[in-house]
Design a protein around this ligand. Structure first.
Ligand code: FMN
Length: 245
């Protein structure tokens, strides 16, 4: 009888042991399956995040590109700016005025329109550029810009910015002012410069755009736009608050 019981016990233990080993394997398999599932899920999430951040990027690129097509804001920033060699900052990849224009757009949700020359005859070296700009000013040239402004009926407030060139707006900006109807709009000028400040951009804008209301402008040092962006972001923000944005 003892022998029978012993044999039965051995058989039970053996069976239980097998079961337990099987269950560990299963549990490992489940765990590893779960981990894989979790990893897959978190990878999917990361991919979704990547995709959504890509969408965000696409959206922001689209919002810039679409400035001339669909108005997602009733505020527009029109600006002209040059890369290449600029005064005190060396060779730059993003223009000083472009940096300020983007800050305004960031803080107000405005759409951006960059004024680009139809025929980009502007030299990339500073001295040569100053010569061309001086000649354009002397001739009161009206260089053509590429494309068309967005439908202005969609915009109430339009920020307008450019570098000071020889104490004035670059002549291409007068082409923009004179070939579009800004009457009834609120225009807000801004400049980047290396000492001349706003250079009368406000009065000149008022004269060039009859019927528009011109608000207080902002002048930013080009060098600060490149090298002291927090400071510039704060001045932009203070100025926008003063204007009621
Ligand atoms: C053709 C030319 C003329 C300039 N004239 C003046 C000027 O009269 N007063 C001034 O303070 N800065 C002047 N500057 C400096 C620019 O206004 C300054 O570097 C500006 O931030 C350049 O902006 P951007 O990178 O957006 O083109 C001149 C620069 C150039 C290229």
């Amino acid at each position: 009888m003892k022998r029978v019981i012993s044999l039965l016990l051995i058989a039970i233990l053996a069976l239980t042991g097998c079961g337990s080993t099987g269950s560990v394997k299963e549990s490992q398999a489940e765990t590893s399956g779960q981990t894989t599932a979790e990893q897959t899920t978190s990878e999917d999430t990361a991919l979704e995040e990547d995709a959504s951040s890509k969408d965000d990027n696409d959206a922001s690129a689209a919002s810039q590109d679409s400035a001339d097509s669909d108005a997602s804001s009733d505020i527009l920033v029109i600006y002209f700016s040059r890369t290449g060699e600029q005064y005190t900052v060396g060779v730059i990849e993003k223009g000083n005025t472009a940096i300020v224009a983007e800050m305004i757009a960031e803080q107000t949700g405005a759409n951006l329109f960059e004024v680009l020359p139809e025929d980009d005859h502007y030299p990339m070296t500073y001295d040569a550029l100053t010569d061309v700009a001086k000649q354009e000013q002397a001739e009161k040239a009206r260089p053509a810009y590429a494309g068309e402004l967005p439908d202005l009926s969609a915009y109430d407030t339009i920020f307008v910015g450019a570098p000071v060139w020889w104490g004035d707006w670059p002549m291409i900006m007068y082409t923009v002012f004179e070939s579009n109807d800004f009457s009834g709009k609120t225009l807000v000028p801004f400049s980047t410069h290396e000492g001349s400040g706003l250079s009368g951009f406000d009065k000149k804008l008022e004269n060039a755009c009859p019927g528009a209301t011109v608000e207080k402008g902002l002048a930013v040092r080009g060098n600060d736009a490149q090298n002291a962006q927090e400071k510039v972001r704060d001045s932009v923000s203070d100025w926008l608050s003063e204007l009621g944005f």
